[in-house]
Design a binder for this molecule. Structure first.
Ligand code: ADP
Length: 431
């Protein structure tokens, strides 16, 4: 039993004894005992009333003057309330500081509720995205940023890669968007001004494109001359070897220049050629002929299977470059008498173009970096095979333009399968 309860019981016992003695003297013990209980109850009711009035009208004030067990209860309530008020104050302080720091950020931060309506945003969002607190609060975000790419990105809830778009409030500005889900489908949108980064990227692209373009003419002239001197009976064998090497190197350089030009074109924001239905049977047959002629000395068995009658909507020349890169890689990185299988197929969700070989394969740690420009597993071997280091970067860009992805499955010394996975909406029936 707690000390508080003991003290309260003692109070009751003293009161009863006191009234019992007076009642005994007056010969009215029972009646006096009733009076004692009534007095006790009355005292409790009075305290209860005081406590109730305090809690109802001004609970933040010091508690009223109550006695017995009530005093302790009132003090406990008062203490709890004080702690709660302090905790609330602290929390408000933290929220205020968080708001102030978010408001001071250069990045636009926007809170969007589960219905897709604007809930809160910082000052940077007003500047970067043009939201106005007076009119835009509670509006659907997709009514304000109407770019279809943004709407698709936002409704998907963002993704691994951020979305880059021209700014809709300032011309010649670029904005990068990221979306994070939290709570019950609420979303946090973060937007940055990436104009400077975009300009630098553009300078890099223009520089590479211009240099490659300028190199093309002198290279054509050089390789033209070298061609006329190769295998010339008038020169001694030593000079012929020099010319053969010059021819090989100029060929490598022009491959490099052509690949760089192709990559620049794929990356450029200029108008893209229109997608048309591509007959995969015809395309793969052409690629098979090219593959047979690529390195006949190796005597690979090159098999082509067209398991799907569907056509692929796309840009035929770009698709040809991408598939051709995968096939020439398979030939290059497979020792003589290997087997190379090229297959076009589809299922309920995707179309697949796969190139499988039983060549040298690739160790796992290299796979994530293979599509980077100039990334080579083994630089010496790649240059020996005449590679530019740009083949898979070209494949990645072509696939990106077709909303497709590249899947690489490979095991060292066993072989590799490179699969281009196209979304179903690009597959069409033959008319
Ligand atoms: P490269 O011009 O060097 O072939 P790519 O971008 O086409 O450049 O390929 C990058 C690297 O990936 C190559 O250097 C090679 O090491 C590796 N690779 C690509 N395809 C295959 C393959 N089928 N088998 C083994 N390794 C491959």
């Amino acid at each position: 039993m707690t000390a508080l309860l003991k003290a309260e019981l003692l109070r009751l016992v003293y009161l009863l004894c006191f009234f019992a003695v007076i009642g005994w003297l007056a010969n009215l013990t029972v009646q006096f005992l009733f009076i004692a209980i009534a007095v006790y109850l009355g005292l409790h009711l009075r305290n209860l009333h005081k406590l109730h009035r305090w809690l109802k009208h001004n609970p933040q004030n010091y508690p009223p003057n109550v006695s017995g067990v009530w005093e302790d209860i009132a003090q406990s309530i008062y203490r709890l309330q004080k702690q709660e008020r302090e905790a609330q104050q602290n929390l408000l302080g933290i929220i205020q500081r968080a708001r102030e720091s978010v408001a001071a950020l250069d990045e636009a931060i926007v809170l969007v509720d589960s219905q897709g309506n604007l809930e809160w945003w910082n000052a940077a969002a007003e500047k970067l995205l043009g939201f106005k607190s007076a009119t835009d609060n509670g509006k659907p975000i997709t009514n304000l940023i109407r770019d279809p790419a943004f709407i698709e990105f936002f409704e998907r809830g963002g993704g691994k890669d951020a979305l880059k778009l021209p700014s809709w409030t300032q011309s010649n500005h670029y904005v990068q968007y990221e979306v994070t889900r939290f709570g019950t489908n609420d979303r946090l949108l973060i937007a940055y001004d990436i104009t400077r980064l975009h300009q630098l990227e553009q300078i890099r692209k223009d520089f590479v494109a211009n240099v490659s373009h300028e190199l093309r003419t002198p290279l054509t002239v050089l390789s033209g001359y070298v061609e006329t001197f190769v295998d010339n009976d008038e020169f001694p064998a030593r000079i012929n070897r020099v010319f053969a090497q010059m021819q090989q190197q100029t060929k490598r350089m022009s491959n490099l220049v052509n690949d760089l030009l192709l990559l620049s074109r794929l990356e450029s924001d200029n108008i893209k050629p229109e997608a048309k239905p591509v007959n995969m049977t015809n395309l793969l047959e052409q690629l098979r002929q090219e593959a047979l002629a690529y390195d006949p000395d190796k005597q690979h068995a090159i098999m082509v299977y067209v398991d799907s009658p569907l056509l692929l909507m796309g840009i035929e020349n770009d698709l040809r470059s991408a598939f051709s890169n995968l096939i020439t890689n398979a030939i290059k990185y497979t020792p003589a008498c290997g087997a190379i299988t090229i297959r076009w197929s589809h299922d309920d969700k995707y179309g697949y173009l796969s190139v499988q070989d039983n060549g040298i394969g690739i160790e796992q740690q290299h796979i994530p970096r293979l599509t980077e420009r100039f990334y080579r597993v083994d630089a010496a071997r790649s240059s020996a095979t005449g590679g530019t280091g740009l083949g898979l970067a070209i494949v990645k860009h072509v696939l990106l333009q077709h909303q497709a992805i590249l899947n690489i499955d490979s095991k060292a010394n066993v072989g590799s399968t490179f699969s281009c996975i196209f979304p179903k909406n690009l597959l069409v029936e033959k008319i």
